[in-house]
Design a protein around this ligand. Sequence first.
Ligand code: PXP
Length: 237
Amino acid sequence: MTKLGVNVDHVATVREARKTQYPDPVTAAAIAELAGADGIIVHLREDRRHIQDRDLEILRKTVETKLNLEMAATQDMIKIALDIKPDMITLVPERREELTTEGGLEVGLNLEAFKKYVHLLQEAELVVSLFIDPDLDQVKAAHRVGADYIEIHTGRYSEARSRAQVEEEFTKILNAVKMAEKLGLGINAGHGLNYRNVTRIAAIREIEELNIGHSIIARAVLVGLEQAVREMKELIR
Ligand code: PXP
């Protein structure tokens, strides 16, 4: 069965809105795990707008499943990753002005830099995933720089409105999955997935894990986090 990684960034977004101590993403991670999450994901952004260093440090000690750290490929973040040693590092592009991660990495345009970062992290026995658009050239580039996994950006699929657009984006994801499988890459996917659009993606056998944040945390505000995670697990199943 496809696994569910729950991204708890937006629990921290609510906390940071008032600079209080609550709600704590660490508590949210524990509840998500109790409800069946297969992993916990956090994005430590350079501007620290939601997750803080303290969250990451405690989560490293408390997460019982798998901790996946999303981060930009910068010297400072690499240092933190080598220190914390999460179970997986997902490298993502990051721009300060964006509301959320917008596009995938341009791995093909920066082969040497990515080769260096991937190697550095793997030398410390970290598993490295690259967040990329469902684009065959990016999949091949991820393979060339030695990534263990790719995470396919499902944002365009999630935002597509017309049936034709949805089909076009879904086909791109399928083609990227096929290419990644052929090259022996591990495959995750995520971004923008919600209770209405997840089942088609969850049915793609080769995808190991879906990384979902906003829709689960948003639903949790209304129905509680445990129920929100259980409902998503059930849809994926
Ligand atoms: N995967 C990556 C690489 C992301 O950057 C994000 C957003 O932080 C997600 C998955 C989760 O996206 P969403 O919050 O839209 O579910």
